[in-house]
Design a protein around this ligand. Structure first.
Ligand SMILES: NC(=O)c1ccc[n+]([C@@H]2O[C@H](COP(=O)([O-])OP(=O)(O)OC[C@H]3O[C@@H](n4cnc5c(N)ncnc54)[C@H](O)[C@@H]3O)[C@@H](O)[C@H]2O)c1
Length: 451
């Protein structure tokens, strides 16, 4: 699709945000939106709510908030719906996840009790360390997908929503590669009828969403909408899709640091990354087959940033190791260590040690919000299929076949904002002198340095 979209259908009525998974990330997102709506908290970490966007030359001093520049659904219009294999409502699930303090949850208790999980399309085969009672029964996978479609329609009615988006916040499924039944819509539908084991539950949710005209993003590393069958279906049904695996914690830091080291042409001999975490996500990832899916998305980021094929002297021998350790005492308060062995002038070695005591779901929740609002905007702008401009939010960006998966956070950010400029009817910025002539630079030292 072209980067220029002349017309956007204005937002009107409620926007339903559906999350398969009512766990740490989704409850932190839902509780956060409600706290913000009530004026009890600020939307820190959300570009859609807090970031400005420069339009035209710096000397024009036009830098509105993104949300005032493009037509995003306001937070007041958001409604929620979720599925989970456990029966806990959003309050109980949030209390169990222990991300938010009791004193922050207590004022939201009544609201959170109203969000009860719909029964899940789930099979233990795909998430080995998980089992629960709130699971749909169906003779075929097609029946399960139809039941999910029915859930979407019902929840839209219940919440009086005109539009919906779905963000996968469910557990990481086992590592899978695309197979025959993923190659076309017909084969995929046939595969669902025949209970093909290559079709995982997250693919059923993605299928159901796309069939219902609901935009879909995958926050986990498993194979979901990134298969030809669902890519084709998304284009056919005018539905935007994006993925995969929210870029938080250690990978966010990696994609901030690596472009900086490369910009300075410093070499990297090794990058050793390890994590400890103790939430349910950590427990699921303790299983080798789910960890493999995560390992692949976490490990892939350095290659396209550093371009070892071009900069052989600097990055060709880079040894990149990633591990995750399930350590229950930590709960959601993950700790990520990085040891980076770099080298400089004449090959002299140096080391960088990074210890990030992060809160995974606190970093992920604003990503869910931004994705929901930007996917809805994309759909109202007539953009369908893979939304590469949303790569900023993902560890392993879902891109069109043959396109490079961009991991550099700054390039991703630049593209995100330029796409928003175009969607808002403004010119994209190039940062060339036409945008910012030297004379302006000198005469206006106080002009905003930001985009
Ligand atoms: N927290 C982060 O920063 C972060 C970053 C990147 C990716 N992720 C991914 O996001 C996902 C959610 O993370 P979380 O910390 O909220 O995990 P969580 O374990 O707290 O929540 C996931 C929920 O999904 C449910 N679930 C699993 N399979 C399901 C299915 N088929 N249908 C409906 N519900 C299902 C589980 O019962 C669980 O309650 C995970 O896949 C995780 O890897 C999280």
């Amino acid at each position: 699709m072209s980067d220029r979209t002349p017309e956007i259908t204005p937002h009107e009525g409620n926007l339903l945000v559906l999350t398969p998974g009512l766990g740490a990330v989704s409850t932190t997102f839902i509780a956060g939106v409600e706290a913000i709506r009530r004026g009890q908290a600020k939307p820190i970490g959300s570009l859609s709510q807090t970031q400005t966007i420069r339009l035209g030359r710096r000397s024009e001093h036009r830098s509105p908030l993104i949300k005032d520049f493009v037509d995003l659904a306001p937070l007041e219009d958001l409604e929620f719906g979720a599925w989970d294999v456990f029966e806990d409502d959003a309050y109980e699930a949030a209390a169990r996840a222990e991300v938010l303090d009791q004193e922050d949850l207590a004022p939201l208790e009544d609201f959170l009790h109203t969000i009860e999980p719909m029964s899940a399309a789930f099979s233990k085969e795909y998430v080995k360390r998980l089992d629960g009672p709130n699971v749909k029964q169906g003779a075929t996978k097609k029946d399960l997908a139809e039941a999910l479609r029915e859930d979407i329609r019902r929840r839209k009615k219940e919440t009086d929503a005109d539009r919906a988006v779905m963000i996968w916040c469910g557990s990481t499924e086992i590592y899978m590669k695309p197979s025959e039944c993923h190659l076309s819509i017909e084969k995929f539908e046939e595969g669902m009828e025949n209970n093909d084991p290559s079709i995982a539950p997250s693919q059923l949710y993605a299928y159901a969403a796309i069939k219902e005209g609901v935009a879909y993003a995958n926050g986990a590393p498993n194979l979901s909408a990134d298969i030809p069958a669902l890519e084709q279906l998304a284009e056919q049904n005018d539905v935007p899709i994006a993925g995969k695996d929210f870029k938080t914690g250690q990978t966010m830091m990696k994609t901030i640091l690596a472009p900086g080291l490369k910009a300075r042409m410093l070499g990297i001999e090794g990058w050793f990354s390890t994590n400890i975490l103790g939430n349910r996500d950590g427990e699921v990832l303790d299983d080798e087959s789910s960890f493999r899916a995560k390992e692949v998305t976490k490990s892939g980021v350095l290659g396209t940033i550093l371009q070892p094929e071009k900069y052989t002297d600097l990055y060709d021998d880079l040894d990149h190791k990633v591990s995750i350790n399930y350590y229950p005492p930590r709960g959601d308060a993950k700790e990520g260590w990085d040891n980076i062995d770099i080298f400089g002038w004449l090959g002299y070695p140096m080391q960088i040690k990074l210890d990030f005591l992060c809160r995974d779901s606190i970093l992920a929740a604003p990503i869910v919000l931004d994705l929901a609002l930007f996917l809805d905007l994309a759909q109202r702008s007539g953009r369908d299929g893979i939304q590469e401009w949303l790569s900023f939010y993902f560890k392993s960006p879902h891109v069109i076949e043959g396109h490079v998966r961009e991991h550099d956070l700054f390039i991703q950010h630049f593209r995100l904002k330029n796409t928003l400029r175009v969607l808002g009817g403004a010119e994209p910025l190039t940062h060339l002198s036409e945008n910012y002539p030297m004379s302006e630079n000198v005469s206006e030292p106080t002009a905003s340095p930001n985009e």
